[in-house]
Design a protein around this ligand. Sequence first.
Ligand code: GDP
Length: 309
Amino acid sequence: MFATLSDRLTATFKNLRSKGRLSEADIDATVREIRRALLDADVAVSVVRAFTGKVRERALSEEVSGALNPAQQVVKIVNDELVAVLGGEQRPLLFAKTPPTVILLAGLQGAGKTTLAGKLARHLREQGHTPLLVAADLQRPNAVTQLQVVGERAGVPVFAPHPGAQESSEGGVVVAPAADPVAVAREGLATAQARQHDVLIVDTAGRLGVDAEMMQQAADIRDAVRPDEVLFVIDAMIGQDAVATAQAFADGVGFTGVVLSKLDGDARGGAALSVASVTGRPILFASTGEKLTDFEVFHPDRMASRILD
Ligand code: GDP
C-alpha cells in the first residue's frame, strides 16, 4: 500500500532539493503536486483540500529552522500534517474500570471483522488478558465456525449459539442456527462475567453494502452489551467508498475507533488516509494479512514515515 503515493511525493520533494530558497511559486507548484498525488491515491477530496491548505500556509509562513534546508522543511511539514491526518498520537484501547471490557466489532461483510477478532484476541491474550470471543454474526452461514477456528488458533474461547434444534439444511448447505444475535451477545456478556473473562470481543454481522437492517442489528447488540469500544473495521482496499461507508456506520451504530484491514494490499491507500480525519475517530489497529500475527498497533507517526520514506 502507498507505493505510488510514496513515489510521487518523493519525486516532488526531489525537485525542491536543488533550490536554496523557495519562492511562493515553488511552494504552489509543490502543493499542486501533493494535491494530485493524494487525489490519485483516492484520498477524500475534503481531506486533500484541508491538508494541502495547511501545508501551503505553513510552508509560506514558517521560518526555515537552522538544521533543515528549505526542501527538508517542506518534508517535515508534510510529515507533521500526515501524522495529524492519521489521528496524531497513538490511541490505546480503553479498558473498563470494572471488567469485562466490551469491544464490539462492526463493518461491512468481508471487511475483515472475524479475522480481526482472532488477531485482537490473540494480541490481548499475549498482554495477559483473558478474552472471550462472541459469535454474534449469524448472517453468514459459516461465520460462527470461522470464529471458532480463529479462536482456537488464538487460544481464546468462543461463545457461540448452540447448533441443534433450530439448525436446518437447505440444498445441502447448513444454515446457521436461527438464534437471535442480540440474545447471543447478551448471553456472551453474562458468560464473561460469570467466568471472569476481563475482555469480551463481539463479532457482528455485516452485509456487502450499507443496509438499514444490519445497522439496526448492530445498534441493538450495542444497546444490549453497552460496549466500551466500538471498533469499525474497514477494508483499506475500498478506496473512494470508504468515506461514505464510514459515515454510514458513524450515523447508524457510532464507533469509538477504527481498524484498517488489508493494509498489505496494493490499493492506493486513500481509505487509510481519509477515515480518521473524516470521522474524527482514531485508528487503533491495522490488519496486514490473513495470519493471526499479521496485526499491528497503529502508530500515525510510523505510518507517515513509511509513506515518506
Ligand atoms: P468479515 O466478513 O468482516 O468477518 O471478514 P473476514 O474476517 O471473513 O475477512 C474476509 C476475507 O478477507 C477473508 O478471506 C480473510 O482471510 C481476508 N482478510 C482479512 N483481513 C485481511 C488482511 O489484513 N489482509 C488480507 N490480505 N486479507 C485479509
